[in-house]
Design a protein around this ligand. Structure first.
Ligand SMILES: C[S@@+](CC[C@H](N)C(=O)[O-])C[C@H]1O[C@@H](n2cnc3c(N)ncnc32)[C@H](O)[C@@H]1O
Length: 336
């Protein structure tokens, strides 16, 4: 038996014995059986505790040593879109730790900040100074760790969805700690839902693409070509909505009348939803002064629940419509 076959068999045995293990795609049968050296086995608890830094079959003892010393620990926590009711129980427990040093993103809602019991510092991440603010976050975290504190990195939505979560894990590893990462409800799915839009719907949409409006250094990411039964959810894109709509039509073959919704501050008391199409939505957002954080949904799914029985646009603007879905949303525009 070749060495790589031995490795694969032993991984398979451990996985079935634990019953709770996770083998990432990097260790799929095809890769391991072709003698790939990228074979990993992570058991979730151990990975989260930084005990399983197995790389190419070798444990990384360095991280162990630091973690077992006096240094503090890090929890990276997703706080969801803003409504405290949408915090996970795990997240709620962590932010209630009175001894924690909580380093929060600027967009974490005031309602969630109010639940934090420890010291809270908020990152001043504004357009144009994001990298400087990110460095400040790392400096605060390092300071807390050196003081032996429980550092809580509180992020909006889910930490690993467009929030530099992976980058931060790598940075924490450089500091010698493996953060425990707690998932959050991502705006990518929660904002459409809270705005009354199912991102998939049988016969209407059978796939969802999640995309950012701003790539690294402000670039516009490449767009996927139009597919009628596809929903595209854009995060961080409301600031370049007109350009995005034009690009979808001119570069990705979207029909100009493709429905679009923008859900602003989903899950917050001020939530509003603006509905239009690729021709009209940019003007509506200017008219209603839509601001970040907002999530944009493009595709036929926008019309599934919002196009019937929700009154005229003016009624919606005035919040006069008693909408069954969603009850808390104020839909401000559909078409005019
Ligand atoms: C830096 S990304 C972080 C995404 C986050 N990690 C998540 O999973 O939701 C920030 C973007 O998320 C979206 N977003 C976050 N919170 C939102 C909310 N309450 N309502 C609407 N969109 C939101 C907006 O598109 C915003 O520009």
């Amino acid at each position: 038996m070749k060495p790589c076959q031995t490795l694969f068999l032993s991984i398979a045995w451990v996985a079935s014995a634990s019953g709770a293990s996770f083998i990432p795609s990097g260790s799929s049968n095809s890769r391991t059986s072709s003698c790939s050296t990228r074979s990993f086995l992570y058991l979730p608890d151990e990975a989260a505790a930084g005990k399983n830094n197995v790389s190419n079959g070798k444990a990384n003892d360095e991280t162990f040593l630091v973690n077992n010393g006096k240094m503090g620990r890090v929890s990276m926590v997703g706080s969801g879109p803003g409504d405290p009711d949408l915090l996970t129980i795990a997240a709620a427990k962590v932010i209630e730790d009175p001894d924690a040093l909580i380093i929060a993103d600027r967009l974490v809602s005031p309602e969630i900040i109010a639940l934090c019991k420890g010291e809270v510092r908020t990152a001043r991440k504004l357009p144009g100074c994001a990298d400087k603010a990110q460095q400040e976050i790392y400096d605060w975290c390092r300071e807390g760790l050196m003081d032996g504190k429980h550092v809580v990195r509180l992020k909006i939505g889910d930490p690993f969805v467009f929030g530099r979560g992976g980058e931060e894990v790598l940075e924490f590893r450089k500091m010698g700690v493996e953060p425990k990462v707690i998932p959050g409800v991502s705006a990518a799915f929660a904002a459409p839902l809270l705005g009354g839009i199912p991102v998939t719907h049988r016969g209407i949409s059978n796939q969802v693409v999640m995309c950012t409006g701003y790539g690294r250094n402000g670039t516009s990411p490449d767009l996927i070509q139009y597919h009628k039964e596809q929903t595209v959810v854009f995060l961080m894109a409301v600031g370049r909505l007109r350009e995005l709509c034009d690009n979808l039509c001119n570069l990705a073959n979207y029909p100009r009348d493709t429905p679009v919704a923008v859900v602003e501050k989903a899950g917050c008391p001020e939530q509003r939803t603006v509905v239009g199409d690729l021709n009209t939505i940019a003007d509506y957002c200017i008219r209603y002064d839509i601001k970040p954080p907002s999530t944009i949904v493009v595709g036929e799914v926008v019309d599934v629940l919002l196009n019937e029985g929700v009154g005229s646009m003016e009624e919606r603007v005035q919040g006069l419509v008693d909408m069954a879905v969603p009850s808390s949303s104020d839909v401000v525009a559909a078409s005019d």
